[in-house]
Design a protein around this ligand. Structure first.
Ligand code: HPA
Length: 278
């Protein structure tokens, strides 16, 4: 399937007919980081299924709602529930959410995700500010006819995780009850967790954390020149680091344990985002 600019405009027109303001910041909530959505003031909630040309979440821990409202005095739009290629979506479909943000006039996007820690100095519950990623498997979401209104065919991704936003995330980490690192996110297509041999291999390649999301959204943001921050929550040590199998319960448990502190951290960042020239 190839998309036209008008295809994305149809989603944006619907949303604009419901929401009477332009959100400044967009947030994508990763698995089990949903509780942040409860902190949004004066929420306007739109079900994904009601948005023309949008997608539908199929993962239990992803709610499937677009929530508009106020956080730390800023107007935000928050995706509670995201889309992954392992759900069966084509990579090309995964441009849809960030292109909606762009058409809504959002100034910056914050992506969050749950990830496995490859770096053995990290611990479950730590946060990693993504400074770069590695994606050696799976297509680019920008594959197919280029939609020139969003960006050029060939585009630079040298600083796609916007340095000034990474600095803000680091500054906001001062004095909070979370350990915050900066590192490289390695994308696996999933849905299986990785093998211990894969984890050993990607550690050699420079990965600090692994996950099954985010890079498609990040590449879409880079293509349309959208300033971007990404925060990964280390929900578990990656496969083979500890001498036991991985379970999704472990991922959910850690996410639950840090949800409140993580929400407070993200709220602090949103409150100070005006300090960054975007
Ligand atoms: N691997 C891939 N994705 C993940 C992991 C992991 O260990 N933990 C949370 N999401």
């Amino acid at each position: 399937m190839s998309y036209t600019y008008e295809y994305f405009q149809k989603s944006a027109d619907y949303v604009k007919s419901i929401v009477p303001y332009t959100p400044e910041v967009a947030l994508v909530l990763g698995s089990c980081l949903g509780p942040f959505a409860d902190t949004i003031e004066d929420p306007i909630v739109i079900d994904y299924k009601d948005i023309p040309n949008f997608l539908i979440s199929t993962v239990d821990s992803h709610a499937g709602k677009l929530i508009f409202g106020t956080v730390a005095g800023k107007k935000v739009v928050c995706m509670s529930g995201r889309f992954h290629s392992y759900e069966g979506y084509d990579f090309e479909q995964l441009v849809i959410p960030v292109r909606l943000f762009k058409l809504l006039g959002v100034k910056a996007t914050i992506l969050t995700n749950a990830a496995g820690a490859v770096n053995e100095s990290y611990r479950p519950g730590d946060i990693m500010i993504v400074k770069d990623h590695i994606k050696l498997a799976g297509h680019s979401p920008l594959r197919g006819p280029n939609v020139d209104e969003f960006g050029p065919r060939f585009f630079d991704v040298t600083n796609m995780y916007t340095p000034a936003l990474r600095k803000l995330a680091k500054d906001c980490a001062e004095g909070i009850d979370l350990k915050v690192h900066e590192g490289v996110y390695y994308f696996f297509t999933g849905p299986q967790f990785e093998t211990p041999a894969e984890i050993r291999a990607v550690r050699i390649l420079g990965a600090d954390a692994v996950g099954m999301s985010t890079v498609t959204e990040a590449l879409t943001a880079a293509h349309c020149g959208m300033p971007l921050m990404c925060l990964s929550v280390m929900t578990n040590m990656a496969a083979g680091v500890l001498d036991r199998p991985l379970t999704n319960d472990e991922v959910d448990e850690t996410a639950k344990t840090i949800a409140t502190r993580f929400s407070a951290y993200v709220t602090k960042i949103i409150g100070r985002i005006g300090e960054v020239e975007l």
